[in-house]
Design a protein around this ligand. Structure first.
Ligand code: PGA
Length: 263
């Protein structure tokens, strides 16, 4: 198995706000606080994925050009009579460049590997950058969880031309860590590093080592200021997808500070 040397690219720190906060006014307060300092994090790329209904207003609420924007999900079709769905074209039209697909919380609501693949396809066709999430519910000693992750990767990438890869980010998010505090989840560096190697190996076998090394692979699940350094250094993740800590401005700014200083 090839060992991965952390590439010199900037860490990508993404905030996944999920369904929070309830009020637009509170969302604006969060973005304003982050936006005021965002420009000082020269060594980090920042993407915020607030509830899509807030996107336009939040873009206007901050003058920071450092913050890039994303949606948390999208529909499987570009246009359709589909009540309640959000098309990739709509995501793009409000200035978002990214879309998360296959988050475990969407998979729990019915998104199969096939649906995730289709969402990736329509989002890519629209010119968005896709953040595809993979992750196992539990770990076992036989390594069955690796089969599951492999199946998720195969479904997402089978037959995908190399040219599309630059607009796809992989987020490894184990379900057993999501939504917990860093202390409670107690994710170990090896848990992350092992999966970074696993994902890169998947790409190395299909596209070659050089292309595998260029992939951006994030870690997500219980990332807080206290474990950010571990995730990015010993864990060898190229960045992090942050849930609960991303809507607490002081926590998110601490995470950005640590990522900005990654050594
Ligand atoms: P968490 O969520 O940081 O609250 O664990 C991460 C995610 O679900 O993307």
């Amino acid at each position: 198995m090839s060992t991965h040397v952390t590439p010199p690219r900037k860490p990508l720190i993404m905030g996944n706000w999920k369904m929070k906060p309830a009020l637009l006014a509170d969302a604006k307060t969060i973005v304003t606080k982050i936006g005021k300092q965002a420009g000082s994090f020269r060594n980090v790329d920042i993407v915020l994925c607030p509830p899509a209904v807030f996107l336009s207003e939040l873009k206007r609420a901050t003058t920071s050009r450092k913050i890039m924007w994303g949606a948390q999900d999208c529909a499987t079709r570009r246009e359709a009579s589909e009540t309640g769905s959000l098309s990739p074209a709509q995501v793009k039209s409000v200035g978002a460049k990214y879309v998360i697909v296959g988050h475990s919380e969407r998979r729990a609501l019915g998104d199969t590997d096939e649906i995730v693949r289709t969402k990736m396809d329509v989002a890519l066709a629209e010119g968005l950058t896709v953040v595809v999430c993979i992750g196992e519910r539990v770990r076992d000693t036989r390594g069955d969880y690796l089969q599951l992750l492999n199946a998720q990767l195969i479904s997402a990438f089978k037959g995908r031309p190399r040219t599309e890869l630059d607009r796809i980010i992989i987020a490894y998010e184990p379900l057993w860590a999501i939504g917990k505090s860093a202390k409670e989840a107690n994710v170990q560096p090896g848990d992350i590093h092992e999966m970074m190697i696993f994902v890169r190996k998947f790409f190395a076998e299909r596209y070659g080592k050089a292309i595998a090394d260029e992939r951006v692979v994030l870690y997500g699940g219980s990332v807080e200021p206290v474990n950010t350094r571990m995730v990015l250094t010993q864990g060898h993740a190229d960045g992090a997808l942050i849930g609960h800590a991303s809507i607490v401005p002081s926590d998110f700014l601490s995470i950005l500070t640590i990522a900005n200083e990654r050594t």
